[in-house]
Design a protein around this ligand. Structure first.
Ligand SMILES: Cc1cc2nc3c(=O)[nH]c(=O)nc-3n(C[C@H](O)[C@H](O)[C@H](O)COP(=O)(O)OP(=O)(O)OC[C@H]3O[C@@H](n4cnc5c(N)ncnc54)[C@H](O)[C@@H]3O)c2cc1C
Length: 133
């Protein structure tokens, strides 16, 4: 998306992405998944009804305002499918649901699926081999 309409580069060395330019779809996606999985990782183990309601509203609003309109439209279609509604009772089920939502996008983009049994190591506790300590 970012490169559309721009002149092709003439050097053979790819330029490093600049950190002070508008994000493309990939960078936006990586940052957003970091936010979404981190929200799941800090969600209460047993969320009170009001928190569940706020999370439901957040995800509904997010799916309407995510600033990649095609991505948002597909995400809303996925959410509307039976069984895909957000699971917001507590951290474990929200984290697993978020992983499944992310995997649906991974599959759509032809990427490998992430092993959702590992979501907590990736986004909350760090890997068991200690490399995040
Ligand atoms: C709601 C949403 C919809 C999107 N739709 C589109 C789209 O239609 N078209 C498009 O081109 N891009 C879309 N994106 C962006 C896309 O998902 C990626 O973020 C982007 O392609 C960059 O991918 P990446 O390979 O760097 O890693 P990302 O997919 O961004 O993942 C970041 C990191 O999360 C971890 N991870 C990967 N999968 C999972 C998982 N299932 N559960 C937990 N952790 C995981 C891995 O460690 C990975 O390195 C969407 C993003 C969001 C948030």
């Amino acid at each position: 998306m970012k490169s559309a309409g721009k002149k092709p580069k003439t050097t053979s060395v790819a330029a490093a992405p600049r950190s002070d330019c508008p994000p493309d779809v990939e960078e936006l996606g990586r940052s957003t998944w970091t936010l979404l999985h981190s929200m799941a990782a800090t969600y209460p183990a047993n969320a009170p009804p009001e928190t569940q309601s706020v999370m439901q509203q957040f995800l509904s609003t997010f799916s309407k305002l995510y600033p990649c309109w095609v991505c948002a439209e597909d995400f809303r279609s996925w959410l509307a499918q039976p069984g895909n509604e957000p699971k917001v009772k507590g951290q474990d089920e929200l984290g697993m649901w978020m992983c499944q939502a992310h995997n649906a996008v991974n599959v759509k983009l032809g990427k490998s699926e992430f092993d959702c049994t590992l979501w907590k190591q990736r986004w909350k506790d760090g890997w068991k081999d200690g490399r995040c300590d």
